[in-house]
Design a protein around this ligand. Structure first.
Ligand code: NAD
Ligand code: WQD
Length: 329
């Protein structure tokens, strides 16, 4: 299948492109390179032997995106493009609403005008807010605590309304838990611009001696008091997208958690990272980070039951592959 991948030079998109090629699909990437580098294409080519077609454009630019649709026949779109930094979204809400919502609406218009009937959307576990119980199932109540999360929830709603009005369409909402790790070859990984916010990129900067890691709170109601999350290897997450393509021909709205179902604390991550990589991660215990929750992990059984998807990589693989990519950068 020819598949349009928006945000395909980004962290999760680039790993998914590898997986699509492995399954014999033809991915076509559009990205404005606002948070990724064109060199991701070199990594993709070295790993897969294929250099996918690439268009540097903003998905909000209807004329430019329409041109891409006119010259291809896409069986599906996988929509990764978006801004994703929680803290930045609090400072720049308009930029987040404009980019994330307008890109999605523009993409849907192009799909409708060109007869493309399947979209897979990158949603997030952030749409569950502070869950009343764990593990989190897809039918739990939804709420958000920051503009980034609200864009995800609003886009989920837009996609549901779009599907209601276009009954022949297939909409899949994939709610990612905490993606970490990198391609085991070390050729693709996460390269955040500026000061990182997420735990693993900060752990790796600390391991390089570039900063001291602040552990945000050790007084949560968790086994060791630090925050617990469901970390999923980015290659597993990528495989979740090829699995989700099984729904491509089925009309309806499908929602899946993509996680492992296991929670790890911040201290467990630090200890595992130090052990598998033989490095020290200097850290101090700091205050809780505003907006954080104690624990969050998925019930991943629906994706396994309906898509045959199950994450196979453990936390050691995630820490090893992440460092293998980042250590010399
Ligand atoms: P990323 O920033 O590495 O990739 C996103 C890509 O989209 C980047 O290459 C960026 O240049 C591009 N982009 C942004 N706005 C664009 C626009 N208007 N037009 C064209 N390209 C645009 O992020 P990622 O971690 O790969 O995340 C991919 C998707 O998954 C995002 O939608 C993100 O919100 C979602 N997600 C990520 C996480 C996570 O922790 N990484 C968790 C849950 C959901
Ligand atoms: C993980 C744990 C922190 C940094 C965010 C988004 C979510 C999704 C994934 C996109 C928490 C602790 C972190 C640090 C720390 N993204 N931590 N020191 O907050 O679970 O989720 O990324 O959709 O929407 O909210 O991930 O990696 O920031 O934090 O102690 O310097 O690590 O408190 O317990 P989070 P994270």
């Amino acid at each position: 299948m020819q598949i349009l991948v928006t945000g395909g030079t980004g962290y999760i998109g680039s790993h998914t492109v590898i997986e699509l090629i492995r399954y014999g699909h033809t991915p076509v990437i559009v990205d404005n390179l606002s948070n990724s580098k064109i060199t991701a294409l070199d990594g993709i080519e070295k790993i897969s032997g294929v250099r996918p077609e690439f268009y540097e454009l903003d998905v909000c630019d209807k004329a430019a995106l329409s041109q891409v649709f006119k010259t291809h026949d896409f069986a599906a779109c996988i929509h990764f493009a978006g801004l994703k930094a929680v803290g930045e979204s609090v400072r720049l809400p308009l930029e987040y609403y404009k980019n994330n919502l307008l890109s999605t609406i523009t993409l849907l218009e192009c799909m409708r005008e060109n007869g493309c009937k399947c979209i897979i959307f990158s949603s997030s576990a952030t749409v569950y807010g502070d869950p009343a119980s764990l593990p989190i199932k897809e039918d739990f109540p939804l709420s958000t605590t920051n503009p980034y999360g609200t864009t995800k929830l609003m886009i989920e709603r837009i996609l549901r309304d779009f599907q209601f009005a276009n009954k022949e369409c297939s909409v899949t909402l994939l709610r990612y838990f905490n993606p970490i790790g990198a391609h085991p070859t070390g050729l693709l990984g996460e390269d955040p611009n500026g000061i990182p916010n997420n735990l693993l990129p900060v752990v790796m900067k600390a391991a390089k001696g570039e900063l001291t890691l602040n552990v945000f709170g050790n007084d949560y109601d968790t086994p060791d008091g630090t925050g617990v999350r469901d970390y999923i290897h980015v290659c597993d997450l990528a495989a979740g997208h090829t699995a989700a393509l099984k729904n491509a021909g089925k009309p309806g709205v499908f929602v899946y958690n993509l996680g492992t179902g296991s929670g790890f604390s911040v201290l467990e991550i630090i200890n595992t990272f130090e052990r598998v990589n033989g490095v020290k991660v200097p850290y101090v215990i700091a205050d809780r980070r505003p907006g954080d929750i104690a624990a969050c992990y998925a019930d991943p059984s629906k994706a396994e039951r309906e898509l045959g998807f199950k994450a196979v990589h453990g936390i050691e693989d995630m820490c090893r592959d992440a460092w293998n990519y980042a250590k010399d950068r």
